[in-house]
Design a binder for this molecule. Structure first.
Ligand SMILES: [Zn+2]
Length: 279
């Protein structure tokens, strides 16, 4: 039986004053000698994690590590609960520390609608992780850290070599989805890095319906790169057509429409994604 247990947690994301959408996130409980939780979901998601823990006959007191794949609110919403009720080590990439420890600062610098419904308080990070780090979870289970920035500057992927399981958080852009990344080129480089990783049998993305296995792993990563290329060529065409004084929001609106995202969700995070292709 695998020691890596995905937990699918539903949450509601208010997208504007009138509308909310139902979303979900996959977080993970790793039951080696030391229990490790990878991402804590949105605020309130701890309930689902606790239920799964008890199903696995584990208690919060046994949680040794909580690792955040990155700093975004839907991945850190349960941190404060586990800090108060379990007291594990909290770990993330050093680029993610500031925004994880200070949700208010994150909100100011990356405002998204409904932010505080996803996270209110978080936790103090007790260990920073860097590319190539290996964590020993006991029972011969090692977790390898792969720095995969682009979606955010603090994004890491986590690889369990013995199990062949790769957890990428939001590092791989979903084809046809909303382009959300800080830096298109860094995202591409991170995807190339993941593509070169050998021994991946199962790939878990934070918001995909199911894991990808076997040959699908390579396909999903390649499709992510193709999607970045497609966004980039679409942007080039749009810039060609629009007047030279067109603003960033107008350009983004047009690109999103061309990507069949209608009505086009023009907001600071999508403007940033599209404009990052021009860096
Ligand atoms: Zn994210």
């Amino acid at each position: 039986m695998s020691i890596i247990h995905p937990v699918r947690l539903p949450f509601v994301l208010p997208v504007n004053a009138e509308k909310s959408v139902e979303r979900f996130i996959n977080v993970f409980i790793v039951t080696g000698e030391k229990v490790c939780i990878i991402d804590t979901g949105a605020r309130g998601c701890q309930k689902g994690i606790l239920d799964k823990l008890s199903e696995l006959k584990k208690t919060p007191a046994e949680i040794e590590w909580v690792i955040n794949t990155h700093e975004h609110p839907d991945h850190i919403g349960g941190n404060s609960f586990f800090e108060k009720h379990a007291g594990p080590w909290f770990a993330c990439h050093e680029e993610a520390v500031r925004w994880i420890e200070n949700p208010d600062i994150q909100y100011r610098e990356r405002p998204i609608h409904g932010f505080y419904s996803l996270v209110k308080e978080s936790a103090r990070i007790t260990r920073t992780l860097t590319d190539g780090d290996e964590l020993d979870l006991g029972d011969g289970i090692t977790l390898k850290v792969i720095y995969t920035p682009g979606h955010s500057s603090g994004s890491i992927s986590l690889f369990f070599p013995v199990e062949g399981v790769l957890i990428t958080g939001d590092a791989i852009p979903p084809v046809g989805g909303l382009p959300i990344y800080d830096d298109a080129e860094e995202t591409r480089e991170s995807l190339q890095k993941l593509a070169e990783l050998s021994g991946v049998k199962t790939l878990y993305c934070a918001h995909s319906n199911r894991p990808f296995t076997g040959g699908e792993v390579e396909e999903v990563i390649a499709a992510g790169i193709d999607y970045l290329d497609f966004v980039e060529s679409t942007l080039a065409e749009v810039m060609e057509e629009l007047p030279s004084n067109a603003g960033q929001e107008e350009i983004t609106r047009e690109v999103l429409l061309q990507l069949d995202l209608d009505p086009p969700p023009v907001m600071p995070i999508t403007v940033k994604s599209i404009m990052s292709h021009l860096k």
